[in-house]
Design a protein around this ligand. Structure first.
Ligand code: HXC
Length: 509
């Protein structure tokens, strides 16, 4: 008997869900990886996923491809929710022709990006692919180009998140690079423009995939990826957590969640956080966690440029972006990597209306030939630029040092900081007292230098000179930091600030 339409539909669905078949699913599991559909299940709220294009097939007839048609064509796309909020997802299916990107499969990815733009919802891309489908040639390359173009159009309109859960090589790496955040999974994912074999042929260097473009390299050395996780499940759960902090689009309100943490909580422990000796480090992360709601901090790039900390927290339930110098690394100096890292984060927050809180303890820019020759001038300018162009509420707390150019860069009043506070022990000066005296009075003995340094210190390395000029709005006690920030954010909630019309800016790239 001929199967009914419903039976045919169910059979088609069953085949599509099977992707490249049970053997290939088993092989995927044997590598410690989930399948494309299992990943979507972990990522989204239960039963919230609605799939599009389940029956899409490629149209290639070359190299016997007409006999290799699998419904869905190697990518699962659709929408669902994360904690009740709409998101669009694509998940490349490695079991189907290695998740390779075909013309039709690219069109599915473009469709959900277009839908996300129209409806104002984030796009999450799960990457696990052998790259351009070799049998399709330029049709596949064109597909990548269409995806890249959409990544750029969507940038700053809806948050875009890339999860790398397998190979991501060749030009394919440029889609994640164009998105806002990239997560990788240790030992099963890699990203490079040319793989180890090409590298070997061209430069005679012997390198493994992991050492060339594994999760460790990209989250510690290059900064291409933001976070590395031990498993697919960890990465997917943390992607849910990140989405919870983000507005759905640049037109949406910032998400607010209930909190039991009182906004007027005094944090007495902050009074003793700063060591007596100004050259001794302390952990800035501790300060952040004690100030934000319930200490719930989502740090971005925790293992790259550790001398600056960036990430999301909440104040009175509402998301804020935090930027803070970390005295535990390079004494909190700004360098090339720190400038790039923080600038990109600030621009994300500004694009999506997320207020910025900056904690400053910075002795200056990092000196050195490698920094100068690496272009610290251009890279440092990125951070300055990002702060100066940002129009979201911008609040600064100087906890200890704010010296020289770095004082200006770290969201000073001069870059339109809205409310700038300093703890009473803060030192705001052109440079540290000893260095200043050595330049002003060359040839002094050690004792004389100490004496003059003490004088200089008393006169200039306090917050009060800056406060007397109006560059600091108030000198506050550390214990009051949380409630002062909560109050400041409340009054800045309706802040409006314009910049003159321009087609776009010319950021120092
Ligand atoms: C078509 C592909 C494919 C591809 C893999 N497959 N990559 N099919 N086009 N690009 C198929 C394989 O033929 C195989 O099919 C199945 O996927 C699984 O692949 P395996 O090689 O068996 O898996 P594994 O050993 O895990 O190796 C994975 C891999 C390897 C490292 C990704 O497949 C590989 O090197 N693929 C080629 C990668 C590449 O050079 N891509 C082009 C990059 S250039 P069967 O039927 O046997 O299961 C590029 C340009 C983009 O992408 C430019 C954008 C601007």
């Amino acid at each position: 008997m001929k199967p009914t339409i419903v039976q045919q539909l169910e059979e088609k669905r069953r085949l599509a869900r099977l992707g490249g078949g049970q053997d290939k699913i088993d092989a995927q599991h044997a590598k410690g990886k989930l399948t494309a559909r299992e990943r979507i299940e972990v990522l989204l709220d239960p039963d919230s996923f609605e799939e599009y294009g389940m029956f899409v097939e490629h149209r290639s007839h070359d190299f016997g491809m007409e006999k290799k048609k699998i419904p869905g064509d190697g990518v699962v796309t659709g929408h669902g929710t994360i904690n009740g909020r709409l998101v669009f997802v694509y998940s490349q299916d490695f079991t189907v022709l290695g998740g390779s990107l075909s013309e039709t499969n690219a069109r599915k990815i473009c469709q959900i990006t277009d839908m996300a733009l129209k409806t104002g919802a984030p796009v999450i891309g799960i990457n696990d692919s052998g790259g351009a489908r070799i049998q399709e040639g330029v049709d596949s390359l064109g597909g990548y180009g269409e995806i890249f173009q959409r990544n750029v159009i969507a940038s700053g309109v809806v948050p875009q998140l890339s999860l790398i859960m397998g190979p991501c090589a060749g030009g394919a790496v440029y889609s994640p690079a164009l998105t806002d955040f990239t997560f990788m999974v240790k030992n099963t994912s890699y990203m490079f423009v040319t793989g180890p074999e090409v590298v070997k042929t061209v430069t005679h260097e012997d390198v493994t995939q992991e050492d060339l473009g594994g999760a460790k390299i990209h989250t510690q050395k290059t900064g291409v990826a933001d976070l590395a996780f031990d498993s697919d499940i960890d990465a997917l759960i943390q992607a849910r957590r990140l989405i919870n902090f983000l507005p759905s689009s640049n037109r949406s309100q910032i998400p607010v969640r209930d909190t039991q943490d009182p906004s007027d909580r005094l944090e007495l422990s902050l009074n003793t956080l700063i060591p007596e000796n100004p050259n001794k480090p302390y952990d800035m992360k501790e300060l952040i966690e004690r100030v934000i709601d319930e200490g719930d901090f989502f740090e971005i790039q925790p293992n790259f440029a550790k001398n600056i900390i960036v990430g999301f927290g909440r104040m009175e339930g509402s998301t804020v972006g935090i930027v803070a110098n970390q005295p535990m690394n390079l004494a909190g100096c700004l360098d090339i990597d720190a400038s790039r890292k923080a600038a990109r984060f600030i621009r994300f927050c500004d694009a999506f209306g997320i207020p910025l809180i900056t904690f400053v303890d910075v002795p200056g820019f990092l000196p050195g030939v490698s920094q100068e020759h690496g272009g610290i001038i251009k890279h440092g300018a990125k951070l300055l630029y990002a702060y100066a162009e940002a129009t979201v509420p911008k609040i600064t707390v100087i906890t200890r040092k704010a010296y020289g150019g770095a004082y200006i860069v770290m969201n000073s009043k001069h870059l339109r900081g809205d409310l700038n506070y300093a703890w009473a022990n803060a030192e705001i000066a052109v440079m540290g007292a000893k260095g200043a005296v050595e330049i002003l009075h060359r040839g002094l003995t050690k004792d004389e230098i100490e004496k003059r340094a003490a004088e200089y210190s008393e006169k200039f390395t306090t917050p009060f000179v800056a406060a007397s000029r109006g560059f600091i709005d108030d000198v506050i006690r550390p214990q009051n930091t949380r409630w002062r920030l909560c109050r400041a954010l409340r009054i800045l909630a309706n802040k409006e600030e314009d910049r003159p019309w321009k087609k776009h800016d010319n950021l120092p790239l």
